[in-house]
Design a protein around this ligand. Structure first.
Ligand SMILES: [Zn+2]
Length: 644
Protein backbone atom coordinates (compact mmCIF):
# COMPACT_ATOMS: atom_id res chain seq x y z
CA UNK A 1 0.00 0.00 0.00
CA UNK A 2 1.18 3.47 -0.74
CA UNK A 3 1.64 6.24 1.73
CA UNK A 4 -0.89 8.97 1.32
CA UNK A 5 -0.24 12.62 0.87
CA UNK A 6 -1.02 14.97 3.71
CA UNK A 7 -4.16 16.87 2.98
CA UNK A 8 -3.85 19.80 0.68
CA UNK A 9 -6.82 21.55 -0.78
CA UNK A 10 -7.53 20.01 -4.15
CA UNK A 11 -6.29 22.29 -6.87
CA UNK A 12 -8.93 24.14 -8.72
CA UNK A 13 -9.41 22.34 -11.97
CA UNK A 14 -8.18 24.36 -14.87
CA UNK A 15 -11.50 23.79 -16.54
CA UNK A 16 -13.53 24.42 -13.44
CA UNK A 17 -14.72 27.89 -14.35
CA UNK A 18 -16.17 26.51 -17.54
CA UNK A 19 -18.13 23.75 -15.88
CA UNK A 20 -21.69 24.89 -15.86
CA UNK A 21 -23.28 24.67 -12.51
CA UNK A 22 -26.41 22.63 -12.85
CA UNK A 23 -29.32 24.96 -12.72
CA UNK A 24 -31.32 22.33 -10.96
CA UNK A 25 -29.25 22.97 -7.95
CA UNK A 26 -29.71 21.93 -4.40
CA UNK A 27 -32.41 24.46 -3.83
CA UNK A 28 -34.71 23.00 -6.40
CA UNK A 29 -33.68 19.42 -6.80
CA UNK A 30 -33.85 17.62 -3.55
CA UNK A 31 -32.85 14.05 -3.35
CA UNK A 32 -35.12 11.69 -1.69
CA UNK A 33 -37.04 12.19 1.32
CA UNK A 34 -35.76 9.54 3.55
CA UNK A 35 -37.51 9.14 6.77
CA UNK A 36 -40.20 7.23 8.49
CA UNK A 37 -43.62 8.62 7.96
CA UNK A 38 -45.13 8.55 11.39
CA UNK A 39 -42.67 10.52 13.37
CA UNK A 40 -42.27 13.22 10.80
CA UNK A 41 -38.56 12.84 11.33
CA UNK A 42 -36.65 11.90 8.29
CA UNK A 43 -33.26 11.94 6.81
CA UNK A 44 -32.87 14.01 3.78
CA UNK A 45 -30.80 16.51 1.97
CA UNK A 46 -31.21 20.08 1.05
CA UNK A 47 -31.27 22.58 3.83
CA UNK A 48 -31.80 19.96 6.42
CA UNK A 49 -30.72 18.04 8.45
CA UNK A 50 -28.69 20.21 10.67
CA UNK A 51 -25.53 18.45 11.48
CA UNK A 52 -23.73 19.41 14.62
CA UNK A 53 -20.67 17.70 13.36
CA UNK A 54 -19.26 16.56 10.14
CA UNK A 55 -16.00 16.75 8.32
CA UNK A 56 -13.65 19.39 9.53
CA UNK A 57 -11.52 21.61 7.40
CA UNK A 58 -7.87 22.14 7.88
CA UNK A 59 -6.65 25.57 8.62
CA UNK A 60 -5.59 27.61 5.64
CA UNK A 61 -4.42 31.15 5.30
CA UNK A 62 -4.17 31.65 9.00
CA UNK A 63 -7.78 30.84 9.68
CA UNK A 64 -8.70 28.69 12.59
CA UNK A 65 -10.61 25.49 11.97
CA UNK A 66 -14.20 25.92 12.86
CA UNK A 67 -14.50 24.69 16.44
CA UNK A 68 -18.10 23.79 15.71
CA UNK A 69 -17.04 21.28 13.11
CA UNK A 70 -14.77 18.85 14.91
CA UNK A 71 -12.51 16.82 12.72
CA UNK A 72 -14.13 13.47 12.02
CA UNK A 73 -13.75 11.15 14.91
CA UNK A 74 -10.86 13.10 16.27
CA UNK A 75 -12.27 14.57 19.41
CA UNK A 76 -14.76 12.14 20.71
CA UNK A 77 -13.52 8.63 20.63
CA UNK A 78 -16.33 6.23 21.37
CA UNK A 79 -15.46 4.94 24.82
CA UNK A 80 -17.56 1.84 24.36
CA UNK A 81 -15.44 0.49 21.56
CA UNK A 82 -11.84 -0.58 21.84
CA UNK A 83 -9.21 1.86 20.64
CA UNK A 84 -8.06 1.10 17.14
CA UNK A 85 -5.17 -1.25 16.82
CA UNK A 86 -2.78 -2.61 14.28
CA UNK A 87 -4.05 -5.39 12.06
CA UNK A 88 -2.63 -8.82 12.88
CA UNK A 89 0.67 -9.17 11.05
CA UNK A 90 0.15 -12.72 9.91
CA UNK A 91 1.62 -12.27 6.46
CA UNK A 92 -1.80 -12.54 4.87
CA UNK A 93 -2.49 -9.79 2.32
CA UNK A 94 -5.34 -7.64 3.56
CA UNK A 95 -8.30 -6.00 1.89
CA UNK A 96 -8.56 -2.32 2.66
CA UNK A 97 -11.95 -0.71 3.12
CA UNK A 98 -11.93 3.09 3.27
CA UNK A 99 -15.07 5.22 3.67
CA UNK A 100 -14.44 8.74 2.33
CA UNK A 101 -17.85 10.11 3.19
CA UNK A 102 -21.35 9.30 4.33
CA UNK A 103 -20.47 8.02 7.78
CA UNK A 104 -20.76 11.18 9.82
CA UNK A 105 -23.24 13.11 7.78
CA UNK A 106 -26.03 12.67 5.29
CA UNK A 107 -24.74 12.50 1.76
CA UNK A 108 -21.40 12.49 -0.10
CA UNK A 109 -21.48 8.72 0.07
CA UNK A 110 -18.23 7.34 -1.23
CA UNK A 111 -15.96 4.50 -0.21
CA UNK A 112 -13.44 2.17 -1.75
CA UNK A 113 -12.08 -1.35 -1.50
CA UNK A 114 -8.45 -2.06 -2.25
CA UNK A 115 -6.55 -5.31 -2.56
CA UNK A 116 -2.89 -5.38 -3.56
CA UNK A 117 -3.12 -1.92 -5.12
CA UNK A 118 -6.27 -2.66 -7.07
CA UNK A 119 -9.14 -0.33 -6.23
CA UNK A 120 -12.92 -0.40 -6.68
CA UNK A 121 -14.92 2.67 -5.67
CA UNK A 122 -18.53 2.53 -4.47
CA UNK A 123 -20.74 5.60 -5.02
CA UNK A 124 -19.57 9.16 -5.54
CA UNK A 125 -22.31 11.34 -4.06
CA UNK A 126 -22.79 14.92 -3.00
CA UNK A 127 -23.86 16.35 0.30
CA UNK A 128 -26.12 19.35 0.40
CA UNK A 129 -24.98 22.39 2.35
CA UNK A 130 -25.62 22.85 6.01
CA UNK A 131 -25.74 25.65 8.49
CA UNK A 132 -21.98 25.47 8.98
CA UNK A 133 -21.23 26.06 5.32
CA UNK A 134 -23.30 29.06 4.26
CA UNK A 135 -23.51 29.82 0.57
CA UNK A 136 -21.98 26.51 -0.48
CA UNK A 137 -23.74 24.64 -3.28
CA UNK A 138 -22.50 21.14 -2.54
CA UNK A 139 -19.96 19.23 -0.53
CA UNK A 140 -18.23 16.45 -2.43
CA UNK A 141 -16.02 13.56 -1.34
CA UNK A 142 -12.35 14.24 -0.79
CA UNK A 143 -10.49 12.07 -3.27
CA UNK A 144 -6.97 13.18 -2.37
CA UNK A 145 -6.09 9.59 -1.45
CA UNK A 146 -7.35 8.29 -4.80
CA UNK A 147 -6.21 11.00 -7.15
CA UNK A 148 -2.59 9.90 -7.10
CA UNK A 149 -3.70 6.31 -7.63
CA UNK A 150 -5.65 6.72 -10.85
CA UNK A 151 -3.86 3.86 -12.53
CA UNK A 152 -4.97 1.48 -9.77
CA UNK A 153 -8.69 2.25 -10.03
CA UNK A 154 -10.54 -0.48 -11.93
CA UNK A 155 -14.09 0.76 -11.63
CA UNK A 156 -16.83 2.63 -9.85
CA UNK A 157 -20.00 0.88 -8.68
CA UNK A 158 -23.03 3.17 -8.39
CA UNK A 159 -25.79 1.65 -6.29
CA UNK A 160 -28.70 3.90 -7.29
CA UNK A 161 -29.61 7.18 -8.93
CA UNK A 162 -30.00 9.49 -5.92
CA UNK A 163 -27.75 12.55 -5.91
CA UNK A 164 -26.18 11.68 -2.58
CA UNK A 165 -24.78 8.58 -4.31
CA UNK A 166 -24.00 9.77 -7.85
CA UNK A 167 -23.86 13.51 -8.26
CA UNK A 168 -20.20 14.20 -7.45
CA UNK A 169 -19.13 11.97 -10.30
CA UNK A 170 -19.24 14.86 -12.77
CA UNK A 171 -16.72 16.86 -10.76
CA UNK A 172 -14.40 13.99 -9.92
CA UNK A 173 -14.46 11.38 -12.66
CA UNK A 174 -11.66 13.04 -14.63
CA UNK A 175 -9.46 13.20 -11.58
CA UNK A 176 -10.11 9.50 -10.97
CA UNK A 177 -8.85 8.65 -14.46
CA UNK A 178 -12.35 8.18 -15.91
CA UNK A 179 -12.74 4.54 -14.87
CA UNK A 180 -15.54 2.22 -15.99
CA UNK A 181 -18.83 2.82 -14.15
CA UNK A 182 -20.86 -0.28 -13.28
CA UNK A 183 -24.50 0.50 -12.67
CA UNK A 184 -28.10 -0.09 -13.72
CA UNK A 185 -29.72 1.37 -16.80
CA UNK A 186 -31.81 3.76 -14.74
CA UNK A 187 -28.93 5.05 -12.63
CA UNK A 188 -26.89 5.44 -15.77
CA UNK A 189 -29.65 7.56 -17.32
CA UNK A 190 -29.77 9.77 -14.20
CA UNK A 191 -26.00 10.28 -14.34
CA UNK A 192 -25.93 10.91 -18.08
CA UNK A 193 -28.76 13.43 -17.89
CA UNK A 194 -26.93 15.50 -15.32
CA UNK A 195 -23.63 15.03 -17.10
CA UNK A 196 -24.99 16.97 -20.10
CA UNK A 197 -24.52 20.10 -18.03
CA UNK A 198 -20.80 19.42 -17.52
CA UNK A 199 -19.59 20.05 -21.00
CA UNK A 200 -15.90 19.96 -20.11
CA UNK A 201 -15.92 16.77 -18.09
CA UNK A 202 -14.84 13.60 -19.92
CA UNK A 203 -17.36 11.38 -21.62
CA UNK A 204 -18.39 8.72 -19.14
CA UNK A 205 -17.78 5.00 -19.66
CA UNK A 206 -20.49 2.61 -18.52
CA UNK A 207 -21.04 -1.06 -18.23
CA UNK A 208 -24.74 -1.55 -17.53
CA UNK A 209 -25.70 -4.29 -15.08
CA UNK A 210 -28.93 -5.67 -13.63
CA UNK A 211 -29.86 -7.75 -10.63
CA UNK A 212 -28.14 -11.10 -11.20
CA UNK A 213 -25.25 -9.70 -13.28
CA UNK A 214 -21.83 -11.09 -12.46
CA UNK A 215 -18.91 -8.91 -13.46
CA UNK A 216 -15.18 -9.27 -13.08
CA UNK A 217 -13.60 -6.02 -11.93
CA UNK A 218 -9.83 -5.83 -12.07
CA UNK A 219 -7.47 -8.61 -11.08
CA UNK A 220 -9.00 -9.58 -7.75
CA UNK A 221 -12.67 -8.67 -7.65
CA UNK A 222 -15.92 -10.22 -8.87
CA UNK A 223 -19.14 -8.32 -8.34
CA UNK A 224 -22.59 -9.92 -8.22
CA UNK A 225 -25.48 -7.51 -8.30
CA UNK A 226 -28.90 -7.89 -6.73
CA UNK A 227 -32.12 -5.90 -6.99
CA UNK A 228 -32.84 -3.81 -3.95
CA UNK A 229 -36.01 -2.13 -2.77
CA UNK A 230 -35.63 1.65 -2.37
CA UNK A 231 -37.59 4.63 -3.75
CA UNK A 232 -36.09 4.85 -7.20
CA UNK A 233 -36.11 2.24 -9.97
CA UNK A 234 -33.25 -0.22 -10.43
CA UNK A 235 -31.51 0.30 -7.12
CA UNK A 236 -28.79 -2.33 -6.83
CA UNK A 237 -26.98 -4.00 -4.02
CA UNK A 238 -23.88 -6.06 -4.64
CA UNK A 239 -21.62 -8.74 -3.29
CA UNK A 240 -17.98 -8.02 -4.00
CA UNK A 241 -16.11 -11.29 -4.00
CA UNK A 242 -12.57 -10.66 -2.85
CA UNK A 243 -9.64 -12.91 -1.93
CA UNK A 244 -10.47 -12.46 1.77
CA UNK A 245 -14.21 -13.05 1.46
CA UNK A 246 -17.54 -11.73 0.24
CA UNK A 247 -18.34 -8.10 0.92
CA UNK A 248 -22.03 -7.17 0.69
CA UNK A 249 -23.57 -3.72 0.41
CA UNK A 250 -27.08 -2.63 -0.54
CA UNK A 251 -26.51 1.09 -0.91
CA UNK A 252 -29.70 2.66 0.44
CA UNK A 253 -32.34 0.03 0.97
CA UNK A 254 -35.63 -0.87 2.56
CA UNK A 255 -37.59 -4.06 2.67
CA UNK A 256 -40.63 -4.81 0.58
CA UNK A 257 -43.26 -4.61 3.30
CA UNK A 258 -46.57 -6.31 2.54
CA UNK A 259 -50.02 -4.91 3.27
CA UNK A 260 -50.07 -6.95 6.48
CA UNK A 261 -46.94 -5.19 7.71
CA UNK A 262 -44.55 -8.10 7.26
CA UNK A 263 -41.53 -8.10 4.96
CA UNK A 264 -41.76 -9.95 1.64
CA UNK A 265 -39.23 -11.29 -0.87
CA UNK A 266 -36.55 -12.13 1.63
CA UNK A 267 -35.04 -14.95 -0.48
CA UNK A 268 -32.22 -12.80 -1.78
CA UNK A 269 -31.03 -12.20 1.76
CA UNK A 270 -31.33 -15.89 2.57
CA UNK A 271 -29.17 -16.61 -0.48
CA UNK A 272 -26.51 -14.26 0.81
CA UNK A 273 -26.61 -16.12 4.09
CA UNK A 274 -25.96 -19.37 2.23
CA UNK A 275 -23.22 -17.78 0.17
CA UNK A 276 -21.43 -16.64 3.33
CA UNK A 277 -20.76 -12.95 3.84
CA UNK A 278 -17.56 -11.71 5.40
CA UNK A 279 -18.75 -8.13 5.93
CA UNK A 280 -22.07 -6.43 5.44
CA UNK A 281 -21.94 -2.67 4.85
CA UNK A 282 -25.34 -1.60 6.03
CA UNK A 283 -27.56 1.47 5.46
CA UNK A 284 -28.38 2.56 9.01
CA UNK A 285 -30.44 5.66 8.28
CA UNK A 286 -33.48 4.38 10.15
CA UNK A 287 -31.74 1.90 12.43
CA UNK A 288 -33.07 3.77 15.43
CA UNK A 289 -36.72 3.27 14.44
CA UNK A 290 -38.33 0.23 15.92
CA UNK A 291 -40.30 -2.37 14.03
CA UNK A 292 -40.85 -2.62 10.30
CA UNK A 293 -41.34 0.17 7.80
CA UNK A 294 -44.67 1.18 6.36
CA UNK A 295 -45.88 -0.71 3.33
CA UNK A 296 -45.67 1.29 0.13
CA UNK A 297 -48.89 -0.48 -0.87
CA UNK A 298 -50.71 1.08 2.08
CA UNK A 299 -49.30 4.45 1.10
CA UNK A 300 -50.56 3.94 -2.42
CA UNK A 301 -54.03 2.90 -1.23
CA UNK A 302 -54.30 5.88 1.07
CA UNK A 303 -53.31 8.30 -1.65
CA UNK A 304 -55.84 6.71 -3.97
CA UNK A 305 -58.53 6.98 -1.32
CA UNK A 306 -57.82 10.68 -0.79
CA UNK A 307 -57.91 11.38 -4.51
CA UNK A 308 -61.17 9.47 -4.87
CA UNK A 309 -62.71 11.54 -2.11
CA UNK A 310 -61.57 14.87 -3.48
CA UNK A 311 -64.22 17.03 -5.13
CA UNK A 312 -61.89 19.46 -6.84
CA UNK A 313 -58.28 19.45 -7.96
CA UNK A 314 -55.69 17.42 -6.05
CA UNK A 315 -52.26 18.95 -5.51
CA UNK A 316 -49.60 16.53 -4.31
CA UNK A 317 -46.31 17.81 -2.93
CA UNK A 318 -43.49 15.27 -2.99
CA UNK A 319 -39.84 14.78 -3.89
CA UNK A 320 -38.69 14.48 -7.47
CA UNK A 321 -36.30 11.74 -6.39
CA UNK A 322 -39.14 9.52 -5.16
CA UNK A 323 -39.50 8.24 -8.70
CA UNK A 324 -41.35 5.09 -7.63
CA UNK A 325 -43.97 7.21 -5.86
CA UNK A 326 -44.39 9.50 -8.86
CA UNK A 327 -45.01 6.45 -11.04
CA UNK A 328 -47.54 5.10 -8.55
CA UNK A 329 -49.44 8.38 -8.56
CA UNK A 330 -49.55 8.31 -12.36
CA UNK A 331 -51.10 4.83 -12.29
CA UNK A 332 -53.66 5.95 -9.73
CA UNK A 333 -54.54 8.93 -11.92
CA UNK A 334 -54.96 6.62 -14.89
CA UNK A 335 -57.32 4.39 -12.91
CA UNK A 336 -59.38 7.30 -11.63
CA UNK A 337 -59.53 9.13 -14.95
CA UNK A 338 -57.58 12.17 -13.82
CA UNK A 339 -54.91 14.06 -15.75
CA UNK A 340 -51.57 14.83 -14.12
CA UNK A 341 -49.67 18.07 -14.61
CA UNK A 342 -46.11 18.22 -13.32
CA UNK A 343 -44.72 21.30 -11.65
CA UNK A 344 -40.97 21.54 -11.08
CA UNK A 345 -38.11 20.89 -13.45
CA UNK A 346 -36.53 18.00 -11.56
CA UNK A 347 -39.91 16.26 -11.40
CA UNK A 348 -40.26 16.50 -15.18
CA UNK A 349 -36.68 15.41 -15.83
CA UNK A 350 -36.90 12.33 -13.64
CA UNK A 351 -40.22 11.28 -15.10
CA UNK A 352 -38.83 11.75 -18.60
CA UNK A 353 -35.97 9.38 -17.74
CA UNK A 354 -38.41 6.81 -16.36
CA UNK A 355 -40.65 7.15 -19.41
CA UNK A 356 -37.76 6.74 -21.83
CA UNK A 357 -36.83 3.50 -20.11
CA UNK A 358 -40.37 2.18 -20.39
CA UNK A 359 -41.43 2.65 -16.79
CA UNK A 360 -44.56 4.44 -17.78
CA UNK A 361 -46.53 3.87 -20.94
CA UNK A 362 -48.80 6.84 -21.24
CA UNK A 363 -51.63 5.07 -23.03
CA UNK A 364 -54.34 7.50 -22.01
CA UNK A 365 -52.33 10.71 -22.25
CA UNK A 366 -52.44 11.05 -18.51
CA UNK A 367 -49.69 13.66 -18.42
CA UNK A 368 -50.68 17.10 -19.58
CA UNK A 369 -48.77 20.38 -19.55
CA UNK A 370 -49.54 22.62 -16.60
CA UNK A 371 -50.70 25.25 -19.10
CA UNK A 372 -53.67 23.05 -19.95
CA UNK A 373 -55.16 22.33 -16.53
CA UNK A 374 -57.89 24.90 -17.04
CA UNK A 375 -59.14 23.03 -20.10
CA UNK A 376 -60.36 20.26 -17.77
CA UNK A 377 -62.85 20.17 -14.95
CA UNK A 378 -61.24 20.54 -11.54
CA UNK A 379 -62.21 17.02 -10.49
CA UNK A 380 -60.16 15.67 -13.42
CA UNK A 381 -56.87 17.25 -12.35
CA UNK A 382 -53.87 16.23 -10.23
CA UNK A 383 -50.91 18.56 -9.95
CA UNK A 384 -47.73 16.83 -8.84
CA UNK A 385 -45.25 19.36 -7.55
CA UNK A 386 -41.85 19.77 -5.93
CA UNK A 387 -41.43 21.98 -2.91
CA UNK A 388 -42.94 19.91 -0.11
CA UNK A 389 -40.13 21.10 2.17
CA UNK A 390 -41.15 24.74 1.91
CA UNK A 391 -38.16 25.59 -0.28
CA UNK A 392 -38.36 29.23 -1.22
CA UNK A 393 -38.14 28.85 -4.97
CA UNK A 394 -39.74 25.49 -5.52
CA UNK A 395 -43.04 24.91 -7.27
CA UNK A 396 -45.44 24.49 -4.37
CA UNK A 397 -44.28 27.64 -2.58
CA UNK A 398 -44.89 29.73 -5.68
CA UNK A 399 -48.40 28.33 -6.07
CA UNK A 400 -49.21 28.92 -2.41
CA UNK A 401 -47.85 32.46 -2.43
CA UNK A 402 -49.88 33.35 -5.50
CA UNK A 403 -46.68 33.90 -7.47
CA UNK A 404 -47.10 31.06 -9.92
CA UNK A 405 -47.50 32.00 -13.53
CA UNK A 406 -50.06 29.30 -14.28
CA UNK A 407 -52.05 28.44 -11.18
CA UNK A 408 -53.33 29.58 -7.80
CA UNK A 409 -54.96 27.63 -5.02
CA UNK A 410 -58.75 27.34 -4.88
CA UNK A 411 -60.80 26.61 -1.81
CA UNK A 412 -62.05 23.38 -3.38
CA UNK A 413 -58.49 22.01 -3.81
CA UNK A 414 -57.17 19.07 -1.81
CA UNK A 415 -53.47 19.34 -0.94
CA UNK A 416 -51.53 16.19 -0.03
CA UNK A 417 -47.99 16.11 1.32
CA UNK A 418 -46.63 12.74 0.23
CA UNK A 419 -43.37 13.34 2.00
CA UNK A 420 -41.96 13.81 5.44
CA UNK A 421 -40.23 16.79 6.94
CA UNK A 422 -36.47 16.89 6.71
CA UNK A 423 -35.03 17.93 10.08
CA UNK A 424 -34.25 21.62 9.96
CA UNK A 425 -37.16 22.37 7.66
CA UNK A 426 -39.91 22.13 10.28
CA UNK A 427 -40.55 25.86 10.41
CA UNK A 428 -40.76 26.41 6.69
CA UNK A 429 -42.98 23.37 6.19
CA UNK A 430 -45.27 24.57 8.99
CA UNK A 431 -45.54 28.04 7.45
CA UNK A 432 -46.24 26.51 4.07
CA UNK A 433 -48.91 24.22 5.52
CA UNK A 434 -50.52 27.12 7.37
CA UNK A 435 -50.62 29.21 4.23
CA UNK A 436 -52.26 26.34 2.39
CA UNK A 437 -54.78 25.78 5.18
CA UNK A 438 -55.80 29.43 4.88
CA UNK A 439 -56.68 28.90 1.23
CA UNK A 440 -58.06 25.37 0.86
CA UNK A 441 -60.36 23.14 2.89
CA UNK A 442 -58.48 19.86 2.72
CA UNK A 443 -54.81 19.45 3.66
CA UNK A 444 -53.24 16.08 4.45
CA UNK A 445 -49.79 15.15 5.66
CA UNK A 446 -48.23 11.93 6.86
CA UNK A 447 -49.05 12.67 10.47
CA UNK A 448 -52.73 12.28 9.63
CA UNK A 449 -52.41 9.24 7.45
CA UNK A 450 -49.75 6.91 6.02
CA UNK A 451 -49.21 8.73 2.75
CA UNK A 452 -45.46 8.44 2.82
CA UNK A 453 -43.03 5.69 3.65
CA UNK A 454 -39.30 5.97 3.98
CA UNK A 455 -36.78 4.49 1.59
CA UNK A 456 -34.72 3.07 4.42
CA UNK A 457 -35.05 -0.08 6.48
CA UNK A 458 -36.22 0.34 10.07
CA UNK A 459 -34.49 -1.32 13.00
CA UNK A 460 -36.81 -4.33 12.82
CA UNK A 461 -36.06 -4.75 9.12
CA UNK A 462 -32.33 -4.52 9.70
CA UNK A 463 -32.52 -7.14 12.43
CA UNK A 464 -34.26 -9.51 10.07
CA UNK A 465 -31.65 -8.98 7.37
CA UNK A 466 -28.82 -9.54 9.85
CA UNK A 467 -30.49 -12.71 11.05
CA UNK A 468 -30.81 -14.09 7.53
CA UNK A 469 -27.33 -13.15 6.37
CA UNK A 470 -25.40 -13.66 9.61
CA UNK A 471 -22.29 -11.92 8.32
CA UNK A 472 -19.00 -12.29 10.14
CA UNK A 473 -18.74 -8.53 10.46
CA UNK A 474 -21.09 -5.59 10.08
CA UNK A 475 -20.12 -2.01 9.26
CA UNK A 476 -23.01 0.42 9.58
CA UNK A 477 -22.86 3.13 6.91
CA UNK A 478 -24.93 6.05 5.52
CA UNK A 479 -25.90 7.74 8.74
CA UNK A 480 -24.88 9.69 11.78
CA UNK A 481 -22.91 7.89 14.44
CA UNK A 482 -25.84 7.63 16.84
CA UNK A 483 -27.98 5.91 14.24
CA UNK A 484 -25.18 3.62 13.15
CA UNK A 485 -24.49 2.61 16.70
CA UNK A 486 -28.01 1.26 17.00
CA UNK A 487 -26.92 -1.49 14.65
CA UNK A 488 -24.73 -2.85 17.47
CA UNK A 489 -27.82 -3.52 19.57
CA UNK A 490 -29.70 -5.05 16.67
CA UNK A 491 -26.75 -7.28 15.80
CA UNK A 492 -26.37 -8.42 19.37
CA UNK A 493 -30.03 -9.43 19.45
CA UNK A 494 -29.44 -11.86 16.60
CA UNK A 495 -26.23 -13.25 18.04
CA UNK A 496 -23.60 -11.12 16.33
CA UNK A 497 -21.39 -9.87 19.11
CA UNK A 498 -20.72 -6.17 19.46
CA UNK A 499 -17.04 -6.50 18.64
CA UNK A 500 -18.04 -7.75 15.20
CA UNK A 501 -19.87 -4.52 14.47
CA UNK A 502 -17.22 -2.16 13.16
CA UNK A 503 -17.81 1.50 13.79
CA UNK A 504 -15.71 3.59 11.43
CA UNK A 505 -15.22 7.29 10.79
CA UNK A 506 -14.75 8.95 7.42
CA UNK A 507 -11.16 8.52 6.30
CA UNK A 508 -10.39 5.61 8.58
CA UNK A 509 -8.84 2.52 7.08
CA UNK A 510 -10.22 -0.93 7.79
CA UNK A 511 -7.94 -3.91 7.15
CA UNK A 512 -9.77 -7.14 6.44
CA UNK A 513 -8.25 -10.60 6.58
CA UNK A 514 -10.08 -13.87 6.06
CA UNK A 515 -11.27 -13.89 9.65
CA UNK A 516 -10.40 -10.41 10.80
CA UNK A 517 -11.60 -6.85 10.44
CA UNK A 518 -9.39 -4.28 12.10
CA UNK A 519 -10.15 -0.58 12.17
CA UNK A 520 -6.65 0.87 12.14
CA UNK A 521 -5.20 4.20 13.15
CA UNK A 522 -4.33 4.99 9.57
CA UNK A 523 -6.27 7.90 8.12
CA UNK A 524 -6.70 9.22 4.63
CA UNK A 525 -7.96 12.77 3.94
CA UNK A 526 -11.72 12.97 4.22
CA UNK A 527 -12.31 16.62 4.96
CA UNK A 528 -14.95 18.54 3.11
CA UNK A 529 -14.35 19.66 -0.45
CA UNK A 530 -16.82 22.35 -1.35
CA UNK A 531 -18.39 23.32 -4.62
CA UNK A 532 -19.36 26.95 -4.65
CA UNK A 533 -20.78 28.35 -7.84
CA UNK A 534 -18.18 27.69 -10.48
CA UNK A 535 -15.33 26.65 -8.23
CA UNK A 536 -14.52 23.20 -6.95
CA UNK A 537 -12.55 23.09 -3.73
CA UNK A 538 -11.63 26.78 -3.80
CA UNK A 539 -13.71 27.85 -0.83
CA UNK A 540 -11.53 27.70 2.22
CA UNK A 541 -12.28 27.81 5.88
CA UNK A 542 -11.43 31.53 5.90
CA UNK A 543 -14.25 32.24 3.45
CA UNK A 544 -16.69 30.16 5.45
CA UNK A 545 -15.64 31.87 8.63
CA UNK A 546 -16.35 35.24 7.06
CA UNK A 547 -19.73 34.06 5.88
CA UNK A 548 -20.58 32.75 9.33
CA UNK A 549 -19.40 35.97 10.98
CA UNK A 550 -21.51 38.01 8.59
CA UNK A 551 -24.52 35.82 9.16
CA UNK A 552 -24.21 35.72 12.92
CA UNK A 553 -22.72 39.07 13.90
CA UNK A 554 -23.16 41.42 10.95
CA UNK A 555 -20.63 43.97 9.84
CA UNK A 556 -19.51 47.53 10.45
CA UNK A 557 -17.92 49.55 7.68
CA UNK A 558 -15.78 52.49 8.75
CA UNK A 559 -14.89 54.96 6.02
CA UNK A 560 -12.04 57.32 6.73
CA UNK A 561 -11.08 60.15 4.42
CA UNK A 562 -7.49 61.15 5.11
CA UNK A 563 -4.91 63.47 3.66
CA UNK A 564 -2.19 61.35 2.17
CA UNK A 565 0.76 63.59 2.99
CA UNK A 566 0.03 64.35 6.60
CA UNK A 567 -2.18 61.47 7.61
CA UNK A 568 -4.80 63.94 8.78
CA UNK A 569 -8.45 63.02 8.90
CA UNK A 570 -10.35 65.33 6.58
CA UNK A 571 -13.87 64.67 7.83
CA UNK A 572 -15.70 62.82 10.50
CA UNK A 573 -15.64 59.06 9.71
CA UNK A 574 -18.67 57.51 8.06
CA UNK A 575 -19.91 54.45 9.90
CA UNK A 576 -22.29 52.02 8.28
CA UNK A 577 -23.52 48.78 9.80
CA UNK A 578 -25.52 45.84 8.50
CA UNK A 579 -26.93 43.04 10.58
CA UNK A 580 -25.16 44.27 13.72
CA UNK A 581 -27.23 46.70 15.76
CA UNK A 582 -29.22 49.60 14.45
CA UNK A 583 -26.54 52.23 14.93
CA UNK A 584 -28.80 55.20 14.28
CA UNK A 585 -30.51 54.44 17.56
CA UNK A 586 -27.21 54.16 19.37
CA UNK A 587 -25.83 57.67 19.10
CA UNK A 588 -23.54 57.24 22.06
CA UNK A 589 -21.97 54.16 20.58
CA UNK A 590 -21.49 55.95 17.26
CA UNK A 591 -19.88 58.93 18.97
CA UNK A 592 -17.59 56.66 20.94
CA UNK A 593 -16.48 54.88 17.79
CA UNK A 594 -15.68 58.26 16.20
CA UNK A 595 -13.82 59.38 19.31
CA UNK A 596 -11.75 56.24 19.27
CA UNK A 597 -10.92 56.64 15.61
CA UNK A 598 -9.76 60.19 16.24
CA UNK A 599 -7.59 58.84 19.05
CA UNK A 600 -6.13 56.22 16.73
CA UNK A 601 -5.36 58.91 14.17
CA UNK A 602 -3.41 60.97 16.70
CA UNK A 603 -1.11 58.02 17.17
CA UNK A 604 -0.35 57.74 13.46
CA UNK A 605 2.92 59.54 12.71
CA UNK A 606 2.05 62.80 11.00
CA UNK A 607 5.42 63.43 9.48
CA UNK A 608 5.72 60.58 7.05
CA UNK A 609 3.37 59.11 4.47
CA UNK A 610 0.89 56.80 6.03
CA UNK A 611 1.01 52.99 6.24
CA UNK A 612 -2.51 52.20 5.11
CA UNK A 613 -2.44 48.55 6.15
CA UNK A 614 -1.19 49.48 9.59
CA UNK A 615 -3.97 51.99 10.02
CA UNK A 616 -6.58 49.46 8.90
CA UNK A 617 -5.30 46.91 11.38
CA UNK A 618 -5.41 49.45 14.20
CA UNK A 619 -8.98 50.40 13.36
CA UNK A 620 -10.08 46.80 12.99
CA UNK A 621 -8.51 45.62 16.23
CA UNK A 622 -9.37 48.54 18.43
CA UNK A 623 -12.90 49.19 17.22
CA UNK A 624 -13.53 45.43 17.17
CA UNK A 625 -12.42 45.14 20.78
CA UNK A 626 -14.40 48.21 21.79
CA UNK A 627 -17.60 46.88 20.19
CA UNK A 628 -17.08 43.51 21.79
CA UNK A 629 -16.70 45.10 25.23
CA UNK A 630 -19.85 47.14 24.70
CA UNK A 631 -22.07 44.59 22.97
CA UNK A 632 -20.47 41.14 23.41
CA UNK A 633 -20.69 40.76 19.65
CA UNK A 634 -17.99 40.51 17.07
CA UNK A 635 -19.20 42.07 13.85
CA UNK A 636 -16.85 42.03 10.92
CA UNK A 637 -15.07 45.41 10.85
CA UNK A 638 -14.26 46.68 7.37
CA UNK A 639 -12.10 49.79 7.42
CA UNK A 640 -12.12 51.67 4.12
CA UNK A 641 -9.52 54.40 3.80
CA UNK A 642 -9.83 57.01 1.12
CA UNK A 643 -6.66 58.96 0.57
CA UNK A 644 -6.83 62.41 -0.91
ZN1 LIG B 1 -31.22 6.76 -1.94
Amino acid sequence: MKPHEPHTPPPRRPDAPRIPVPTQGPRTARPPNRGPARSGFSRGEGRGPRSSHGGGRPSHGGSAPNPRIPAPGAKFRDQSRPATTKAPDDGEPKLRFVPLGGLEEIGRNCSYYEYKNVIVIVDVGIQFPEEETPGIDYIIPNIAALEARKQDIRGIILTHGHYDHIAAIHYLVGRLGNPMIYTSQFTRAMVEKRHEEFTNAPKLRFETVTGGSKIRIGEYFNAEFLNIEHTIPEALGFVLKTPVGNMASFGDFRLDIGRDGTPKNMEKFEKLGQMGIHSLFLDSTNADYAGHGISERIVEENIEMLIKGAHGRVIIGSFSSLVDRILEILSIAERLGRKVALNGRSMKTNLEIAKNLGYFKDKKDVIIPLEEINKYKDEKIIVLTTGAQGEANAGLMRIVNGEHRLMQLKQSDTVIFSSSVIPGNERSVQTLTDNIARQVDEVYNNKLLDIHSSGHANGGDIKLVLELIKPKFVTPIHAYYYKRKHVMKLAEEVGISRDRVKMMDNGQVGLLGKDTFTVTDEKVPAFYVMVDGLGVGDVEEVVLRDRRALAQEGMVVIILTVEREKGRMLKSPDIISRGFIYLKEHHELLEEIRKRIRAIMTRVPQTQSMEIDYLKTLVRDQIGQFLYNKTRRRPMILPVIIEI
